[in-house]
Design a protein around this ligand. Structure first.
Ligand code: NAP
Length: 260
């Protein structure tokens, strides 16, 4: 029997089969969960629907986390279809490419707000709506990166957003803990995905992260997915407010992913 048998959960942020959310999906499906998915817009439905259907998902609906009405409509459908929810995976981030290319000190107010809104506030907005459906407790996991706590070259405003995301994880854990809801973040090492392609010199970052790590290699979507599945399951019943690194141990070393 799988560790998520009998649980219903939402996977938010699948773009394609390279997405970290897809690694989490495969682990959760293997462990017996019933899964629901969002997609951002009609054009992206074509990519998400076949993937979701390949893991027997029946709940596949649009949701833009930048739009409250879209979020309300999505969660109303979850309530109608499932009535309850056991877990959510938030695997969503966005920043304007220019904000990652230009000098950090030139970040515009608009780009700062956009990155923080979609990449950090959206977790709070999703958590509040999901918690209302978690009558028997639940588990929430978001995806973060080392750039939250170190100044990683080219990560810029996304690092600030990840710092806000990690702090939000702790405050959500405090707020929702009395309701039996656990909230954790997985800090993944660099993985080649659509979102990652916006980060300048990402190839170099990956090479340096592998060299500076304890395992001397980068991690896979599957490894991140397996860790998320554990945090979502009752095996992690005593764990909340945590930032759990899945980065081949890079963060404990002295290596800077951007250093020569
Ligand atoms: P990805 O496949 O591009 O996933 C990012 C997802 O965010 C996409 O599904 C994207 O949807 C979605 N998204 C963006 N704006 C949205 C909005 N307004 N409403 C709803 N969804 C929206 O890239 P990923 O690397 O797997 O990223 C997933 C998470 O992992 C992110 O939080 C990222 O920061 C984090 N992370 C990534 C790495 C890495 O090296 N790749 C490392 C650590 C942490 P569309 O594609 O449909 O626009």
């Amino acid at each position: 029997m799988g560790i998520l048998e009998g649980k219903k959960g939402l996977i938010l942020g699948t773009a394609n089969d390279k997405s970290i959310a897809w690694g989490v999906t495969q682990a959760c499906h293997r462990e017996g969960a019933e899964l629901g998915f969002n997609y951002l817009g009609e054009a992206l439905e074509k990519r998400v629907r076949p993937l979701a259907e390949s893991v027997d998902a029946k709940f596949i609906e649009p949701m833009d986390v930048g739009d409250d009405a879209s979020m309300d409509a999505f969660f109303a459908k979850v309530a109608e279809r499932w009535g309850k929810l056991d877990f959510i995976v938030h695997s969503i981030a966005f920043a304007n490419k220019d904000a990652l290319k230009n000098r950090f000190s030139n970040t515009s107010r608009e780009d700062f707000q956009l990155a923080l809104n979609i990449s950090a506030y959206s977790f709070v907005a999703v958590a509040g709506r999901a918690a209302a459906l978690m009558q028997n407790g639940g588990s929430m996991v978001t995806m973060t990166y080392l750039g939250a706590v170190r100044a990683v070259p080219n990560y810029h405003v996304m690092g600030v957003a990840k710092a806000a995301l990690e702090s939000s994880t702790r405050y959500l854990a405090q707020d929702l803990g009395p309701d039996g809801i656990r909230v954790n973040a997985v800090s993944a090492g660099p993985i080649r995905t659509l979102a990652a392609s916006a980060v300048g010199d990402f190839r170099n970052l990956m090479a340096k992260s592998a060299r500076g790590s304890m395992l001397k290699r980068n991690v896979s979507q599957e490894e991140v997915g397996n860790t998320a599945a554990y945090l979502l399951s009752d095996l992690a019943s005593g764990v909340t407010g945590e930032v759990h690194y899945v980065d081949s141990g890079f963060h404990i070393g002295a290596g800077d992913p951007g250093a020569e």
